[in-house]
Design a protein around this ligand. Structure first.
Ligand SMILES: [Zn+2]
Length: 860
């Protein structure tokens, strides 16, 4: 599970992939987490402190399996060819269309492979020094790289297109996804592995936590039971906490009581969010923290900046359509597990491209706010409301959220922690925001702890809290109650029957451009399990997949990259000696965690972590409620304890990495320690360009515009001399301006919002490249990959760029621009490399070419 301390605020990750925590909560409202999880969990971060990145989109999908008869229990692997009697033709006829497609693909691949082998043999004979690597692994990876390239493109014109053009062509956006990338593809593979583990009929773990994990997963697969219950479980819950004016009578005197239930017991985050985490100014102790929250849509822009949201939808349809083609193609199925049931996919009434254009451009632009209102009304009526009064009241809730959006501070203006950190007592908080009875509220949310009004609290954004308090006092109680219950409804509805899922899918389609699809139920359930019992699931995953040697290898690479970073640090001409010394000490003090936290392999410790969480195979909805309740208790339990290094904010199977400033620590989960980021038998050039850059990226976060405010102990305190601070700000201004010039579908990248990640990308690339050079000095030149015509130095840069190959709908691109702290993938490549003198030199890019504009921004 994800402890509250994991939350987001202070985590910077490689990608905006979700960290998969129910508990952590989204900094954005749940749907922002969409990829990651609809309607409830998830937090993200790389991006904001929290949300997933485009990665592994766990996006909504229709539940299909029940309807098509393939339910609980291990699904037979459907990829691959079955043996059967009969003639070739009759066997072909009996195969599914998917099999035929796969068969055709296999035949053409075999042909390609033989051509490649012949070419290689010829080349080998012409290469007397045998400086080409012709191992199986080298041939395979070379062919993958070649496939992804667009060799027609001049690398000095557009290195992203050069590196990823072929990949983009071969990877139309899969049905049901709004973004598709390397990260998604690895996540899909990891999910298939977890499915296999959980559906193992002989599963008989000696760990109770692992058994809970299986029970939870199976309860999620029981769709028939979920359908039978319908909306009943949520209706009962609403009654229990006082009713809802939309569906019946409600208790008009209980604002505080309802707030306590909704956000204390069920961990929704109306108005604000409360969590327990390390105190930024005293990182050895945990403290209660309060921050802004309460919007359902991905960011305030969706409520306020209506023209921007609509312009994107109108203007950008064409570009994405080229990626929406073949509904059969999914990213990965290396394990041979069924990734999607063909019959289900066929039933998914995909929109035709032509029809989509006319919808977007002609028949009235679907508006996000209108779609959101429809969604609210639909859920309200599914829960028993009558349409017209429901619409009227939901409109009021939407208007209220718009007022909240108005006082919500944009992420780009919240990057200076020194400025937004305010420590005060509960009594002072009471004076700041009197609409809430804070002692009553916090005592409830953190029960059974006893709190006094002298208890310290860190408030991020005191102005917001003051204003939200005024807003609450000025708003009609019935609207407040409707808003509170709506928060509960949207958080829990995705555990209900198909109708709720279908409604959400429609909204996702408008928000992210996600085409309707049938995400197999098991995939949804794996994601849910990862969100709740992710570390117990991680125990199974790690035991089945993780190579113990990986830890030592990763340690070694980190130390090489840290050494390279420190050499550059010594050479910076803009930094005074005192600050440089402190920076060096900070770099030395960064501790790393690789693969998984140790406790997951100790049955007793693992069981203790989930002790008190009741899971039954019979009620998915109740399992989810129990989890919220349980996570609230875990949060309370943290307050009087010091922050614990073993508490990771990403599960081991996650394909991501992060830096946590309050611990001055970097974390690389097992999920990312695999190809294409790292493989033992790949050339070092690729490993340094892949996982090496990731390591450099996380390390550099310790020195980005936010991380630099924390000292080596993880405390927020000024440790820079003024002259160096000024020089740092001038250098970062260069990057803010550089990235601010980039556009996607004529919408600008926010150079301020993405500054920290851009600094990390640039510093990470440089450190990894220098580490590779040192490796070469020590170990000598390595053999080249065949057929690519690239030097190993060039291969390093191509390997780096290909990590970021991705396709995305215009709606999803827009969402990224307004919410993600990362630049769009294309500019993570172009921005970084056009700043790199090493890149320019190795590709011989002439001065003035797009990849060598002459001005190079450089911070670290
Ligand atoms: Zn990052």
């Amino acid at each position: 599970m994800c402890w509250e301390s994991a939350k987001t605020r202070h985590r910077v990750c490689l990608d905006d992939r979700p960290s998969l925590c129910l508990v952590g909560g989204c900094q954005h409202p749940p749907l922002a987490c969409q990829g990651w999880w609809r309607g409830m969990h998830w937090s993200h971060h790389l991006s904001s402190h929290a949300r997933h990145w485009g990665a592994a989109g766990r996006e909504g999908g229709r539940r299909c399996s029940a309807r098509h008869g393939a339910m609980a229990g291990p699904a037979p692997a459907q990829v691959g060819f079955r043996k059967g009697p009969g003639t070739l033709l009759s066997r072909l006829a009996s195969r599914s269309q998917l099999e035929l497609v796969l068969c055709a693909v296999a035949v053409s691949l075999a042909l390609l492979l033989s051509v490649a082998v012949v070419t290689l043999a010829i080349q080998y004979r012409r290469d007397p020094s045998h400086s080409t690597c012709l191992t199986d692994a080298c041939v395979r990876v070379a062919s993958k790289i070649l496939e992804a390239l667009d060799t027609e493109m001049d690398p000095c014109q557009d290195f992203y297109q050069y590196s990823c053009g072929g990949w983009i062509k071969r990877n139309p956006l899969p049905n049901g996804r709004s973004k598709w990338s390397t990260f998604n593809s690895i996540w899909d593979q990891n999910q298939a592995i977890m499915k296999h583990l959980l559906e193992n009929a002989t599963f008989n773990s000696s760990s109770e936590a692992e058994r809970k994990t299986q029970r939870y997963y199976l309860s999620c697969l029981k769709e028939q039971r979920i359908e039978e219950l319908g909306s009943q479980p949520l209706m009962e819950l609403i009654d229990k906490i006082g009713g809802w004016n939309i569906t019946g009578s409600w208790n008009q005197t209980s604002f505080m009581e309802v707030l306590k239930s909704v956000s204390g017991t069920y961990r929704a985050t109306p108005f604000f969010t409360v969590y327990v985490g390390a105190d930024s100014k005293s990182s050895n102790s945990n403290i209660i923290q309060v921050d802004q929250s309460g919007l359902f849509l991905p960011s305030r822009d969706y409520y306020l900046n209506k023209t921007a949201n609509e312009r994107v939808r109108l203007g950008a349809g064409h570009a994405a359509n080229s990626n929406r083609g073949n509904p059969w193609q999914w990213g990965a199925s290396s394990t041979g597990t069924q990734l999607a049931s063909p019959s289900c996919r066929l039933a998914a009434h995909p929109r035709e491209v032509g029809a989509m254009i006319s919808t977007e451009a002609g028949l009235g632009v679907p508006q996000v706010l209108a779609a959101y209102l429809d969604y609210m009304v639909e859920l309200g009526t599914l829960l028993g409301g009558t349409p017209e009064p429901t619409r009227l009241q939901m409109q009021q809730v939407l208007d209220f959220e718009t007022q909240l959006a108005n006082i919500t501070v944009p992420q780009a203006e919240r990057r200076d922690d020194e400025k937004i950190y305010h420590k005060m007592s509960i009594a002072e908080l009471q004076l700041l925001a009197p609409a809430i009875d804070w002692l009553d509220y916090l005592s409830y949310a953190l029960a059974p702890l006893e709190l006094a009004d002298t208890e310290p609290v860190v408030v991020y954004g005191d102005t917001y809290l003051q204003q939200v308090s005024d807003l609450i006092n000025d708003t009609d109680r019935s609207i407040l109650n409707n808003y509170l219950i709506w928060n509960l409804v949207q958080k829990t509805a995705s555990s209900l029957d198909q109708r709720f899922e279908t409604a959400q899918e429609r909204l996702l389609e408008t928000l992210y451009g996600t085409r309707k699809s049938c995400t197999p139920r098991w995939q949804t359930c794996i994601s849910n399990t990862d969100d709740t019992l992710g570390f117990a699931l991680g125990s199974l995953f790690v035991k089945a997949t993780f190579d113990r040697d990986s830890k030592a290898i990763a340690e070694e690479m980190i130390s090489e990259i840290r050494a390279a970073f420190e050499v550059s640090l010594d050479q910076l001409d803009w930094m005074d000696e005192k600050t440089r010394q402190a920076a060096k000490e900070k770099a030395d003090a960064i501790y790393d965690m690789i693969g998984f936290p140790d406790f997951i392999l100790d049955n007793k410790e693992l069981d203790d972590v989930y002790d008190g969480y009741e899971v039954s195979e019979d009620s998915f909805f109740q399992n989810m409620l129990n989890f919220y309740n349980f996570s609230a208790k875990v949060m309370a339990d943290q307050l009087r304890k010091p922050p614990n290094r073993d508490q990771w904010s990403m599960t081991p199977q996650t394909v991501n990495a992060y830096y946590l400033p309050t611990k001055n620590g970097i974390v690389f989960p097992a999920g990312i320690l695999q190809a294409p980021f790292y493989a033992r038998n790949h050339p070092k050039a690729l490993n340094f360009g892949g996982i090496g850059v990731v390591m450099g990226h996380e390390l550099t976060h310790a020195f980005d515009d936010q991380g630099r405010e924390y000292d080596k102990e993880g405390n927020l305190r000024p440790w820079w001399q003024n002259s160096s601070l000024e020089a740092f700000k001038n250098r970062t201004a260069c990057m803010t301006e550089q990235y601010g010039r980039y556009t996607v579908h004529s919408e600008k990248v926010n150079g301020r919002q993405t500054l920290g990640e851009n600094i990390a990308d640039n510093g990470g690339l440089k450190a990894a490249y220098n580490a590779y050079k040192s490796w070469l000095q020590k170990n000598g030149e390595e053999k080249r990959l065949p057929a690519l015509g690239l030097t190993n130095h060039q291969l390093f840069f191509v390997g780096f760029a290909q990590v970021w190959c991705s396709v995305r709908t215009p709606e999803s691109s827009h969402e990224g621009l307004v919410t993600d702290p990362h630049s769009p993938d294309k500019y993570r490549v172009i921005g970084t490399l056009s700043n790199s003198r090493d890149f320019v030199e190795h590709f011989g890019c002439p001065l003035g070419s797009p990849m060598n504009p002459g001005k190079h921004c450089e911070v670290w």
